[in-house]
Design a protein around this ligand. Structure first.
Ligand code: GAR
Length: 196
């Protein structure tokens, strides 16, 4: 069985879309794969309860608890690797995981670490992607599933979804429309990776 570990920080709607698709498409039977665990860096992440509701094991590695370590970021990433590796994952899926990961973390999961970003990369890396796309006068926004490389929001593109920007669009309205597309492309990209 190929284990998928999903990392979240917040709502976990992409995580839920992946869990639901895995069930609906019976990934255990057809892809010999399952969502083995959901790990959050925030104890209050809404997605933790949703994962539990779906019967998926959850863990918390709270980044704030490493604040007094000599190198807090390195200590957090090291603890996260230890937690993830308990599941011997075939795939580590960042789904709204809002921490920048160190190069040693990325190297540890080379070829096995993917992310979803709410823009048409390489445009609008970083935060506030929808507001920036609207302000730039873009006619299209979207989302990108990509392999994670050491540089933030880089790495080979696996799938993109394109969403038109409407007259008078707000960042919130656009984000909600893009999110519905994210829920389709992320599970599809994962299934395709697991097939190969
Ligand atoms: C999603 O829109 C995702 O693309 C974005 O955060 C949201 C998480 O929503 N990720 C990033 O901005 C990563 N830099 P969710 O928790 O409901 O899946």
């Amino acid at each position: 069985m190929k284990n998928i570990v999903i990392l979240i920080s917040g709502d976990g709607s992409n995580m839920e879309a992946i869990i639901r698709t895995a069930k609906a498409q019976n990934w255990e039977k057809h892809l010999q794969a399952r969502v083995a665990a959901v790990i959050s860096n925030r104890p209050s992440a809404k997605g933790l309860g949703i994962a539990q509701h779906h019967g998926v094991t959850t863990q918390v590695v709270d980044h704030t608890s490493f604040a007094n370590a000599p190198n807090p970021r390195e200590a957090f990433d090291t603890a996260l690797i230890k937690e993830i590796d308990q599941y011997a994952p075939a795939l580590v899926v960042l789904a709204g995981f809002m921490r920048i990961l160190a190069p040693f973390f990325v190297a540890h999961y080379e070829g096995q670490l993917i992310n979803i970003h709410p823009s048409l990369l390489p445009a609008f890396q970083g935060l506030n992607t929808h507001q920036r796309a609207i302000e730039a006068g873009c006619q299209f926004a979207g989302a990108t599933v990509h392999q994670v490389s050491a540089e933030l929001d880089h790495g080979p593109i696996l799938v993109q979804a394109i969403v038109p920007i409407m007259e008078g669009d707000t960042a919130e309205g656009l984000a909600a429309r893009v999110l519905t597309q994210e829920h389709l492309i992320y599970p599809a990209a994962i299934a395709k990776l697991l097939e190969n």
